[in-house]
Each structure stands twice: as structure tokens, then as C-alpha cells.
Write a protein that binds this ligand. Structure first.
Ligand SMILES: NC(=O)C1=CN([C@@H]2O[C@H](COP(=O)(O)OP(=O)(O)OC[C@H]3O[C@@H](n4cnc5c(N)ncnc54)[C@H](OP(=O)(O)O)[C@@H]3O)[C@@H](O)[C@H]2O)C=CC1
Ligand SMILES: O=CCCC(=O)O
Length: 372
């Protein structure tokens, strides 16, 4: 017996389906007639459930991207979902899964970050291995390649708790080589692997509005789709492992260069006697407008950098993107220059500030050389 649960802006429909496999199209079609707010991409989304051994329980949740996801329903059958890594991004993502009614088990290196989620109903296990062993699908949202490998493949790592029928979804921003290494360990245990780095920062994570850039096992993409839909507004499947990582690095390479260029513009405008706040307004109305400039510009003008995306992670992404470019001999001089600026910012203690603090690196007076 399976329950399909469809949520939209205005209505909930629980549909009891007495077969082992869900005919999603017909369920969606039925729900669409009651709930015209269901977006097209959710109406037709394929959900293939194994007739013999579902990867996880068959609660299907769809929602309008305009809708808050923070609604729990006691009559849902929750999936057993693991979540490893509860930093700026992982905490709100796990929170949205819990609030949507999923059965979530968490782990974080620093245990106290688990406490707010435990208060919301999450279970706790003391190692990634135990989380993976007790869950059907486990998500990981870790700082960098080193921590992603350690948590997945190290002693008491998630791979040790994996077995056939389970899935591992790595959302961390890493390079393709790292992702393939992790995939190898997970698949050696007979489980499925999906890389799924996200575009979108702290606020989209809180609002369930992330963009998933996935690659790997298509079956796991389809099975974890309802969970990705709780945490995000869209998802791309890009083929083989490495393609999701590459797409994410290209996006963040552009972003890092944009922020560095914007920083130069703000400071130049001020030096020539213009009001940088007016520059922010002018940029917002023209062809180079970007939500990032409008969101971060006003606080940058005041030299305030509340952390949404830590500067150290932006520099890590530029470093990894430059490595990717190197593998195909693609010149990336703008990104290389931007990377140097983020390195200077790091060396001045700005690693944990928001990446918009890179502007501070342009305010630092260079020391005159001994000869001058
Ligand atoms: N912030 C953002 O806007 C976005 C970030 N990303 C990417 O998502 C990932 C996470 O980012 P974010 O949440 O901001 O980062 P945070 O720095 O806030 O969190 C990093 C997480 O990784 C854990 N961690 C770090 N090192 C280790 C280790 N050696 N072993 C085990 N766990 C470790 C931390 O544990 P502990 O709490 O113990 O330190 C924490 O849970 C990064 O890859 C980042 O590039 C992607 C999109 C947006
Ligand atoms: O990796 C971080 C991305 C931040 C964003 O997309 O706003």
C-alpha cells in the first residue's frame, strides 16, 4: 500500500493507492484536477518505485515553488532520511525535511549543532556509518573535498553503513575527482550514489528554494526527487558523476568573479566622488542587474558582511574551478585574478565572513617595496 501526498498552495490531497507501484502520472493527473496550482514540472515528474524493495517509503510530496514547505502531516509515511553536516546550509535543509514530516536522523562533527534539530523531532546517531545504516537515503552537506571524503569514506564513514537498496546523496560543493572517489566507495557497498550540489545560499535553503545540480544514478535521482523538491525549487539531472560538480564549479567561478568586479566598481565610484549606494541602484535597473548585487550591495557599502556564503568556501570553489579549467586547457584569467583577491582576503582573517567581504582586500594598502 502506498500513499501519495500532494501539497499545493491551497489544498492537500492524500491519495491511497492499493498497488505496490504508484502510477504517478494518473495520481498527478487526478490531483491536478483538484489542484490546478501544481506546476507542470511536478505534474509529470516520473517516480519509479521498485515493486520488490522500495528504496524508501512511498510518501510522494509535491508543492508549488511559491509555497512554504514547513508543514508537517502526521498521516504521511515518512522516508528514513539521514543528514550529515549541519552548517549554514545543512541545518535549514534538514529542518525543512523534518518540518515536511520526514523521519530524519542527523549527525554533525560538532554535536551541539544537532540539538535544535533533535528538538524538532530528529533522531541522532553518533557516526556517519550509523546514520547510513539506519536510513534509506542519506544526504551529506560538508565543507570541502577533504571533509566530504572523510565523512563518506573514512573510519566510521557513511560507506561502511551502506548496502544494496540504500542511497547516498552528496550535496557538498566538491570537484569531480572527489565526487567519483566517493561514488566508488558507495557503489562498492552496493548502494546508489547521486552528487547534488546546490545553487542558492542560506535564505533559499531556509525557504526550500535551492537549485539541485545532480548527476549519477538516475534511479536515485528519481527516488529522492520528492525530498529534493522539499528542499529546492528545481533540479537538473546532468548525466554521469562529475557533471553536477562541474556545473556547480562553473556557476561559482562566474559568481566569484562577478563579486570581485562589483567590489572594484563600488570602491572606484566612491574614490571619484560618487555615492556607491546610487551605483547599486543604477546597476539594479540595467542589463547587469543581479539579485546578488541588490542583496549584498547595500551592506557592502556599509562594510558589513553577514555570513551567508563563507568567503573561504568561495575561494575553495574558485580554486577547484581553476583546476577544472586546467584539465581542459581552458584559459580563465578573470577567475584566476579573482582567486588571488579571495586569497588576500583570507590572509587578512576574512575566511568566515560572507564572500562579499572580498571588497576589503581592495581596501588594504599594499606595502611599498624596500627599493621605493
Ligand atoms: N553557504 C552557502 O551559501 C552555500 C554553500 N555551499 C556549499 O555547501 C557546503 C557547506 O556549506 P556551508 O553549510 O555554508 O558551510 P559551513 O562551514 O557552515 O558548514 C560546513 C559543515 O561541514 C562540516 N565539516 C567541516 N570539516 C569537517 C570535517 N573534517 N569532518 C566532518 N565534518 C566537517 C562542519 O562541521 P562542524 O559544524 O563540526 O564544523 C559543518 O557541518 C560547502 O561545500 C559549500 O561550498 C553551496 C551552496 C551555498
Ligand atoms: O555555493 C554557494 C552559492 C551561493 C549562491 O548561489 O547564492
Amino acid at each position: 500500500m502506498a500513499i501519495a501526498f500532494i501539497k499545493t498552495n491551497y489544498c492537500y490531497i492524500s491519495s491511497l493507492i492499493l498497488n505496490q507501484s504508484i502510477n504517478t502520472s494518473s495520481t498527478m493527473a487526478m490531483c491536478s484536477s483538484f489542484c490546478p496550482q501544481i506546476p507542470n514540472h511536478l505534474r509529470s515528474r516520473p517516480i519509479s518505485l521498485s515493486p520488490t524493495k522500495p528504496l524508501f517509503s512511498v510518501s510522494v510530496k509535491a508543492f508549488s515553488s511559491q509555497t512554504s514547505n514547513a508543514t508537517a502531516k502526521a498521516d504521511e509515511i515518512p522516508a528514513r532520511v539521514g543528514f550529515l553536516g549541519l552548517g549554514i546550509m545543512g541545518s535549514p535543509m534538514a529542518q525543512n525535511l523534518i518540518k515536511a514530516g520526514c523521519d530524519v536522523t542527523v549527525w554533525n562533527r560538532t554535536k551541539r549543532k544537532c540539538d535544535p534539530l533533535i528538538s524538532l523531532g530528529a533522531k541522532y546517531k553518533s557516526s556517519p556509518e550509523e546514520v547510513a545504516a539506519s536510513c534509506d537515503v542519506t544526504f551529506a552537506m560538508l565543507a570541502d573535498p577533504e571533509s566530504a571524503v572523510d565523512v563518506a569514506c573514512g573510519k566510521q564513514g557513511a560507506a561502511n553503513g551502506m548496502s544494496p537498496g540504500k542511497g547516498y546523496v552528496d550535496i557538498s560543493t566538491v570537484d569531480g575527482v572527489t565526487s567519483k572517489l566517493i561514488s566508488g566507495h558507495i557503489k562498492a557497498a552496493g548502494a546508489l550514489f547521486l552528487e547534488a550540489p546546490v545553487s542558492g545560499s542560506k535564505k533559499p535553503a531556509e525557504d526550500g528554494q535551492l537549485i539541485f545540480l545532480t548527476a549519477g544514478d538516475k534511479t536515485l535521482f528519481e527516488m529522492s526527487g520528492p525530498l529534493l523538491d522539499i528542499m529546492g525549487k528545481s533540479k537538473f539531472f546532468l548525466g554521469d558523476v562529475g557533471n553536477g560538480a562541474a556545473m556547480k564549479l562553473v556557476v561559482n567561478m562566474i559568481m566569484g568573479s562577478m563579486m570581485a568586479s562589483f567590489s572594484e566598481g563600488l570602491l572606484l565610484s566612491e574614490k571619484v566622488g560618487l555615492d556607491p549606494s546610487v551605483l547599486v541602484e543604477v546597476v539594479a535597473q540595467g542589463a547587469i542587474s543581479a539579485p546578488m548585487f541588490s542583496m549584498k550591495g547595500p551592506s557592502m557599502v556599509q562594510s558589513i558582511y553577514p555570513t551567508a556564503f563563507p568567503l573561504k568556501h568561495q575561494q575553495k570553489d574558485l580554486r577547484l574551478a581553476l583546476g577544472l579549467a586546467e584539465t581542459v586547457s581552458q584559459p580563465t584569467p578573470i577567475a584566476a585574478a579573482a582567486n588571488e583577491l579571495y586569497k588576500v582576503a583570507k590572509s587578512h582573517g576574512l575566511s568566515d565572513q560572507d564572500f562579499s567581504a572580498v571588497i576589503e582586500a581592495l581596501k588594504i594598502k599594499l606595502q611599498p617595496s624596500a627599493k621605493e
